[in-house]
Design a protein around this ligand. Sequence first.
Ligand SMILES: Nc1ncnc2c1ncn2[C@@H]1O[C@H](COP(=O)(O)OP(=O)(O)OP(=O)(O)O)[C@@H](O)[C@H]1O
Ligand SMILES: [Mg+2]
Length: 311
Amino acid sequence: MNEPLLSSSAEPEAAPQKKAHVIVLGNEKGGSGKTTSGMHLIVSLLRLGFSVGSMDIDSRQRSLSRYLENRRQTSLKENVPLPQPQHVVVQRSPFGVVAEAEADERERFSKALGRIMAANDFIVIDSPGSDTHLSRLAHAHADTVITPINDSFVDLDVLATVDGQTMKIVKPSIYSEMVWEQKLARAKRDGGSIEWIVMRNRLSNIDAKNKRFMTQATAELSRRIGFRVAPGFSERVIFREMFLQGLTVLDIMEAGNSGGMSLSHVAARQEVRDLLRTLRIPLLDERIKLRSESEEKKEPVKEDAAKEVDR
Ligand SMILES: Nc1ncnc2c1ncn2[C@@H]1O[C@H](COP(=O)(O)OP(=O)(O)OP(=O)(O)O)[C@@H](O)[C@H]1O
Ligand SMILES: [Mg+2]
């Protein structure tokens, strides 16, 4: 059991009528891989045949929105059918008074979520790398929160302050406290629970010592703070190189071009699938199993693919 390190003062929010499973990519640190993971989740869910709604609440950067616009353009220009999510952007409130701005944002968020909730199996929300009211609202409505962290000691502090000598947790971070508060708010609001998953991102095989330390530290933190650890994504060119085309490795592979795929591409797809499996959503597990069985019949599994990294 996790120690009750954290207590709640968060107000429960009014929830729109529920249907889709809501996944929020969150981490108050910038550049940890929220948008990259979000893009890959969206495309993999679409490619598995699910209907997906997506929401961009990072209205300053709008990276997810730009990616999806690039995807639409590629589909039009190249005349290739590419599955698309139903996308909405929620802007920050222009009001200067905090209470008014928060009420305005609550309304904007609920309306946008309501628009995509009923028609989709999954909703994927990309949040900014900072603490905003919209980000807190998104976390409060999540069924699953995924927090990508760069695989370095520096990024551990988004979860907790850790004593470098003893490896003991000094205190949970503000972000961990926020997730905890939203968990309690969610339970109070509708009896639901938020599953929190931390995924290490940009894993490299070069620094084995760092990798070992991070494995140990995240395992310890997961017990104390209450999240599960996902296997994560390696550092791979394929995870970033097709942003301007709005494509992912899953598009290329599923479009039947798998002949030209490298082992690293196969491994990248496997990492995305492993992330999906870590979510432990029965509907999703069933679909992945069916898909894997039919793929195995078509192409034999390459044993060493998962170990392959970009050079
Ligand atoms: N596994 C990976 N392999 C290679 N490059 C990656 C990987 N994950 C992320 N990147 C790259 O790292 C940079 C930051 O990633 P991303 O934009 O997804 O982070 P973010 O958390 O959304 O950032 P922000 O907080 O600014 O919104 C991008 O250039 C992205 O292409
Ligand atoms: Mg981003």
